[in-house]
Design a protein around this ligand. Structure first.
Ligand code: HEC
Ligand code: HEC
Length: 347
């Protein structure tokens, strides 16, 4: 039996899978088959979803990397820059398979994404082994962008549902407190290969075939199923964390964020600070600098008006306490009162 050229951790799983595949396809009809022969993968049911999720974005009509199209049967047969992508009947001899198990992450497919799961790679290999059949006329389409979020009609005006959910303000804190311990950067404690701190992992199929976050579709997102699961053993955060279940408000936040398209934001420390436009205020004369406009806007929003400016003696007293913690000396008072220029306060 040939051992597939696959990276370490995957090798064990793939090995087990290929042992059973080998057992399943015993050629000699006389030998009693210890297990029932596994049916070879069905293109539409088993292979097409993999191409849809992981390949046609770069190997389709809009982008055709390596001059290879994987959206049509003709494209697959034509092959790419380097020649045929598949040799029907020989999975391991096919370039397409070899690039899935490639050790060098810079060469592996899908490019710049986590490798396919061992089970998916096996499916592809067995599909090619069985002749790489592709039913007449089937075209693999790239996943459609998430449907416009329900609140898109009025993104600016907070409706009954409230304003758009912010990843950094609303979602990240929930995931960080409750999930990252087991589904975050710490690979030693990571469970089920699931990372909820990386968009590309959280939105891709897991080895279990579940997808944690399906943008626009809370109902098919494993994340939401797990935080609402009535089964104590399956509900997240996992019982072993000792954490209480998420509150209804937290679950609602996650649901709305996914329904709105699950938009990720980089950590705030990586976001370039942008100078916001000062808000429009009713009393345009009051602000002396742009920051004042923000203060006044809040005051006006609350239905209040600013207190009148304190007299000069009072101002100096406050300033002196702010700066030195002491009341102003009599000569400072005299100098300040005598200085009638607009910069007197700054001096
Ligand atoms: C993010 C873009 C991207 C994705 C997604 C992607 N590829 Fe590629 N693929 C490339 C690029 C770029 C090349 C060009 C060759 C190179 O740079 O190594 C390529 C080349 C290939 C080739 C070799 C073509 C040739 O003849 O040179 C095969 C086979 C291939 N990809 C298969 C796949 C499969 C199967 C998937 C899905 C599991 C996939 N790719 C997903 C970008 C991508
Ligand atoms: C103490 C560790 C721990 C914490 C914290 C935790 N999980 Fe998990 N999670 C696990 C374990 C263990 C499994 C695998 C067992 C299972 O499937 O039930 C798992 C499985 C999952 C799966 C299914 C993955 C798959 O491959 O099918 C999802 C989705 C998930 N967790 C989401 C979450 C979310 C969301 C949170 C935070 C609200 C969270 N988890 C918090 C330990 C944890």
């Amino acid at each position: 039996m040939r051992i597939p050229r696959v990276p370490g951790p995957v090798a064990a799983i793939a090995l087990v899978a290929s042992v059973s595949a080998a057992l399943g396809s015993v050629r000699a009809p006389a030998a009693p088959a210890p297990v029932a022969p596994r049916p070879s993968p069905d293109f539409v049911r088993d292979v097409q979803p993999i191409l849809t999720a992981s390949c046609v974005r770069c190997h389709g009509p809009r982008k055709t990397e390596g001059e290879l199209r994987l959206d049509t049967h003709a494209g697959l047969l034509k092959g790419g820059e380097a020649g045929p992508a598949v040799v029907p009947g020989d999975g391991e001899g096919s370039r397409l398979y070899q690039l899935l198990v490639e050790k060098d992450p810079d060469k592996r497919m899908p490019r710049r994404k986590p490798a396919l799961s061992a089970a998916q790679i096996e499916t592809v290999r067995r599909w090619i082994d069985a002749g790489a059949s592709w039913p007449e006329g089937v075209v693999v389409k790239a996943p459609s962008p998430p449907p416009p979020p329900a609140v898109a009609v009025a993104p600016e005006t907070p409706g009954a549902d409230g304003p758009r959910v912010s990843f950094n303000k609303d979602v990240r804190p929930i995931l960080a407190d409750n999930c990252y311990a087991c589904h975050g950067p710490d690979r030693n404690r990571r469970q089920k290969d699931l990372r909820l701190d990386l968009e590309e992992v959280a939105t891709a199929p897991l080895p279990s075939h579940a997808v944690a976050i399906v943008p626009g579709h809370p109902e098919t997102s494993a994340l939401l199923q797990r935080v609402t699961d009535p089964d104590e053993q399956r509900r997240m955060p996992h019982v072993s964390s000792g954490k209480p279940r998420l509150t209804a408000a937290q679950i609602d936040t996650l649901r709305r964020w996914i329904a709105e398209g699950a938009r990720w934001e980089p950590h705030w420390s990586y976001i370039r600070p942008a100078r916001p436009t000062p808000p429009v205020v009713k009393d345009a004369r009051w602000p002396r600098n742009p920051v004042d406009a923000f203060v006044l806007a809040r005051i006006e929003n609350a239905g209040l008006t600013p207190s009148p400016e304190a007299d000069r003696r009072e101002l100096l007293r406050r300033l002196s306490f702010d700066l030195t913690g002491l009341p102003p000396a009599p000569e400072e008072i005299r100098a300040f009162l005598a200085d009638t220029s607009p910069e007197a306060y700054e001096r």
